[in-house]
Design a protein around this ligand. Structure first.
Ligand SMILES: Cc1cc2nc3c(=O)[nH]c(=O)nc-3n(C[C@H](O)[C@H](O)[C@H](O)COP(=O)(O)OP(=O)(O)OC[C@H]3O[C@@H](n4cnc5c(N)ncnc54)[C@H](O)[C@@H]3O)c2cc1C
Length: 380
C-alpha cells in the first residue's frame, strides 16, 4: 500500500494542476485509470482561452489565470504555454442582441474587446460571409490566447514529480473506503493507495466515483462536443486567422497546424464514456462551416469528440464533502477547465492547506462559497 498526505483520482488538467500546487505542502499521489495523462476531456479540447463563454465566476477564474499562462514558474515548460490569438465574436441578424450581451459580460473581465467593422472582419478572416446573409456585427478580443494543453499537462506533471509527488497511470479505481482516519482506494489491478484526504478529480466520472464511497452525487452531467478538421483551399494562408465564435452557441472555428478546426458547439447529454463523434454532429459541423463561411467541406480529415461535464449552475466545484470526512470535490470544469486551471489550483491549495484565498479572485466576487459543493444552486 502506498501512502501520502493527499490522494488525487484523475489525471486530467483538474487533478494535475491541483496535484502540483498541493505537492508544495505534502506528499501527493495522483492516480489515473488510463495509460496516459489527459486521455479524456483534457486532451480533446479546442485549447483556447477567451471570455466568450461561461458565467461570471467562470470569467473571473479565467481572468485570474492569464498571468500563469503568460508567465509560468521557471522550469515549468520548455516552450510558451500560450500564443496571443485574437478571438472574433460574430453575429448574424438573429444574434445581434446575444452579441451585445456577450460583449457586456466580457468587458467586466477584460479591457481588450472592441467593436470591429465588416471590412475589419473580412481582413481578419476573409472566408467569413458578411452582410445580409452573413455576419452583420462583430467584436474582437485581442486578449485571446491559444493554449498548449500538452505543455500544461506535462508541466504540471513535472512540477508534481519534482516536489516528490507520484503519478500512477493505468490504475482504474474500483473501490473507495474510509478506514480509520484514511481513505483507501483500490485499483482493478489490486494496487492500493491511502491518504487522509481524497480528491475526486474524475471529470465525467466524478459522481460515479463518489458513489463508490457512498457519497451523494453533485449532479455531474457530461455533454458531448464534436470537432472536425478539414483542409483549407490550397494556397490559402490561414495561420494568422483568429478564433471565430458565433454569439449564439452554434459554431466556432480556428486554424490548427495548417488545417481548419470547427465545432457545431453541440452539447449532447452523455453517460461518462470514451466519447466518439456521431454522424449527425459531424454533418452539423460541416453544415455550419458552409453557413458561416464561403468554404465547403469536401472531406473531413480528422474528427473527435470529448465530454464537457457540468453541474446544475455551471460553476466549477471545489470543496469538502460535509458528509464524508476528508473527501474533497474538484469537478464540474465544463468547457473551461484548461483556461481556469491555474486559479482553481490556487483555490484548492487555500481550501486544503489554509493558504490565503486568492485575493485577485476575491476582488472579483468569487469566494469559497461560490465553488462549494454545498451551495444551494447545486440542488443536491
Ligand atoms: C471538444 C472540447 C473542447 C473544449 N475546449 C476548451 C477550450 O477551448 N478551453 C478550455 O479551457 N476548456 C475546453 N474544454 C473543456 C476542458 O477540456 C475540460 O473542462 C477539462 O479538460 C476537464 O478536465 P478534468 O481534469 O476535469 O477532466 P478529464 O480530463 O476528463 O480528467 C478526468 C480523469 O479522471 C480519470 N478517471 C475517472 N474515473 C477514474 C477512476 N475510477 N480511476 C482512475 N481514474 C479515473 C479519467 O480517466 C480522466 O483521465 C473543451 C472540452 C471539449 C470536450
Amino acid at each position: 500500500m502506498k501512502t501520502a498526505d493527499f490522494l488525487i483520482i484523475g489525471g486530467g488538467i483538474a487533478g494535475l494542476s491541483a496535484a502540483a500546487q498541493l505537492a508544495r505542502h505534502g506528499k501527493v499521489l495522483l492516480v489515473e485509470g488510463e495509460a496516459s495523462l489527459g486521455y479524456h476531456a483534457s486532451g480533446r479540447s479546442a485549447t483556447f482561452y477567451h471570455f466568450g463563454l461561461g458565467n461570471a465566476p467562470v470569467r473571473a477564474l479565467t481572468a485570474c489565470s492569464r498571468d500563469f499562462f503568460e508567465r509560468p514558474p521557471e522550469d515549468f515548460a520548455e516552450a510558451p504555454l500560450c500564443r496571443p490569438t485574437p478571438a472574433l465574436f460574430i453575429a448574424r441578424e438573429n444574434a445581434v442582441e446575444a452579441l451585445a450581451a456577450m460583449e457586456a459580460g466580457m468587458k467586466l473581465y477584460t479591457d481588450t474587446t472592441s467593436r470591429v467593422s465588416l471590412s475589419q472582419v473580412e481582413a481578419l478572416c476573409p472566408i467569413l460571409k458578411t452582410g445580409p446573409s452573413g455576419v452583420v456585427e462583430a467584436v474582437v478580443d485581442t486578449g485571446g490566447r491559444r493554449l498548449d494543453a500538452d505543455g500544461l499537462l506535462q508541466g504540471y506533471a513535472r512540477a508534481l514529480k519534482r516536489a516528490g509527488g507520484e503519478v500512477h497511470t493505468g490504475q482504474r479505481i474500483v473501490s473507495v473506503k474510509r478506514e480509520g482516519s484514511s481513505w483507501t482506494i483500490t485499483s482493478e489491478k489490486g494496487e492500493q493507495f491511502a491518504a487522509p484526504i481524497l480528491i475526486n478529480a474524475a471529470g465525467a466520472w466524478a459522481d460515479a466515483l463518489a458513489g463508490m464511497a457512498g457519497v451523494a452525487p453533485i449532479g455531474i452531467q457530461p455533454k458531448r462536443r464534436t470537432i472536425i478538421q478539414f483542409d483549407p483551399p490550397s494556397g490559402m494562408e490561414i495561420a494568422d486567422w483568429p478564433f471565430v465564435k458565433a454569439a449564439i452557441d452554434e459554431f466556432y472555428m480556428l486554424p490548427e497546424s495548417g488545417r481548419i478546426m470547427a465545432s457545431p458547439v453541440d452539447e449532447v447529454d452523455s453517460d461518462p464514456v470514451d466519447a466518439a463523434p456521431e454522424d449527425y454532429d459531424l454533418a452539423l459541423a460541416a453544415w455550419q462551416v458552409e453557413e458561416y463561411t464561403k468554404l465547403s467541406v469536401s472531406r473531413i480529415a480528422h474528427r473527435w469528440a470529448g465530454l464537457r461535464s457540468f453541474v446544475a449552475d455551471r460553476v466549477l466545484v471545489a470543496g469538502f464533502e460535509p458528509e464524508a470526512e476528508g473527501y474533497f470535490w474538484l469537478a464540474g470544469q465544463g468547457g473551461y477547465g484548461l483556461q481556469t486551471a491555474p486559479t482553481m489550483a490556487r483555490c484548492v491549495e487555500s481550501l486544503l492547506c489554509d493558504t490565503p484565498w486568492p485575493e485577485d479572485l476575491a476582488a472579483m466576487g468569487v469566494t469559497a462559497e461560490t465553488l462549494s459543493p454545498t451551495r444551494a444552486s447545486l440542488n443536491r
